[in-house]
Design a protein around this ligand. Structure first.
Ligand SMILES: [Cu+2]
Length: 67
């Protein structure tokens, strides 16, 4: 499980966009949670963590990995 901090989400459309972006990253088996309130996302599987950040940036959201 990998958790990310996602900046810039401000409505449910953003949550859907973030979910879609993360779903498309190779190695992601499930997007477990995207929290608008907390600005976080959690995915299952074994993707390259950097690929998650890159996919979110491409979708327009700044992201960083959370330890
Ligand atoms: Cu939005």
């Amino acid at each position: 499980m990998i958790e990310l901090k996602v900046e810039g989400m401000n409505c449910m459309h953003c949550v859907k966009a973030v979910t879609a972006a993360l779903s498309g990253v190779p190695g992601v088996t499930a997007v477990e949670e995207v929290s608008l309130e907390q600005g976080t996302a959690r995915v299952a599987g074994s993707p390259e963590p950097e690929a998650l950040v890159a996919a979110l940036q491409e979708a327009g959201y700044a992201a960083e990995l959370r330890a």
